[in-house]
Ligand binder design. Structure first.
Ligand SMILES: NC(=O)c1ccc[n+]([C@@H]2O[C@H](COP(=O)([O-])OP(=O)(O)OC[C@H]3O[C@@H](n4cnc5c(N)ncnc54)[C@H](OP(=O)(O)O)[C@@H]3O)[C@@H](O)[C@H]2O)c1
Length: 284
């Protein structure tokens, strides 16, 4: 199959490129400089020229706190909502499937036992709103789509202009630099390995699952940032002392975070357990 992957230099994008190439697909790896997804004309002519079977959109604006700022909100909305709409319209015109990723932050986080694919999204941050707008844009534009919600992605950092280490790497780095750590013991969620999201995407396409919303998260009890750091430090054998703190003790952050935005995958094959995935990532 011929597959366009946008945001190909991002954390997920670069993994998708590797997984789909290794599976023998013809991959058109579109970096931001090659294809700006917010430019509707550029998207339509790019897709028309390439005639792909599938468009996978891994491009996004993920700076959760910056989106609260009126200066950055329009850009975030353009990338997270107009971009997916442009891609979905181009996919429909060319008879292609569009795969898009969304976030646990579309939920308000008050549900005790986590959210399944049919739960009503109600974002509490502007970032969450832009991701929900992106989901709606896809659904309004085509009938042939997978919207894959995931959460707290970890893996090798991307190589684009906004490179950031994921949480486990950041924690290991800080544990080397500081005598003692304080880690927020709030925000229950479902951290997920980027390799497993890419692999799941490949299998969903191979299995021709029906259009719709899917939750792609590693299996495991939801954890707070402190709980996730404990898993990282246990595996890596870190001895630096660390203590739980509340988010109010941490630097004040502009965007509200859901108290519990853990996701339940009730529609498709389970991804492997988080601890197994985390071990593999840390060994690399
Ligand atoms: N990271 C998480 O914890 C997390 C959690 C839940 C859901 N998700 C979702 O998972 C998906 C992948 O996230 P990620 O962490 O891999 O993102 P990422 O590493 O931030 O990568 C996003 C990519 O999008 C590119 N991009 C930005 N604006 C663009 C535009 N206008 N046109 C084309 N490309 C553009 C960026 O290029 P530059 O670097 O050059 O700007 C970057 O390569 C996103 O949909 C995200 O919302 C992520």
């Amino acid at each position: 199959m011929k597959i366009i992957i946008t945001g190909a230099q991002g954390m997920l994008g670069q993994q998708l490129v590797e997984v789909f190439k290794n599976a023998g697909h013809e991959v058109i790896s579109a970096k931001r400089q090659d294809l700006d997804i917010t430019n509707k004309d550029q998207v339509l002519s790019f897709v028309q020229n390439q005639k792909p079977d599938v468009i996978i959109n891994a491009a996004a604006y993920n700076f959760v706190d910056k989106v609260e700022d009126a200066e950055f909100y329009p850009l975030a909305l353009a990338i997270n909502a107009d971009g997916p709409r442009n891609l979905a319209l181009a996919a429909r015109e060319n008879g292609a499937l569009v795969v898009h990723y969304s976030s646990d932050y579309v939920f308000e986080g008050t549900k005790q036992d986590g959210y399944d694919e049919n739960d009503e999204p109600r974002p509490i941050s502007k970032y969450g709103q832009t991701k929900l707008e992106g989901e709606k844009a896809i659904q309004e534009s085509t009938d042939n789509y997978y919207i894959c919600r995931t959460a707290k992605i970890f893996g090798a950092p991307g190589s684009g202009s906004n490179i950031k280490e994921s949480f486990p790497s950041l924690m290991l780095q800080i544990a080397k630099e500081k005598p003692e750590l304080k880690i927020v013991d709030e925000e229950f969620g479902s951290p997920t390995y980027v390799v497993d999201i890419a692999q799941a995407t490949l299998e969903m396409i191979k299995d021709s699952v029906p259009s719709g919303i899917y939750h792609l998260v590693n299996e495991g009890e939801p954890v707070t940032w402190y709980g996730f750091a404990k898993e990282v430090f246990d595996i890596a054998g870190v001895t630096t002392p660390y203590n739980p703190i509340s988010s109010s003790e941490f630097n004040p952050r502009p965007a509200a975070r859901p108290v519990n935005s853990s996701l339940k995958n009730t529609k498709w094959k389970k991804l492997r357990p988080r601890l197994e995935a985390l071990r593999e990532f840390l060994e690399k």
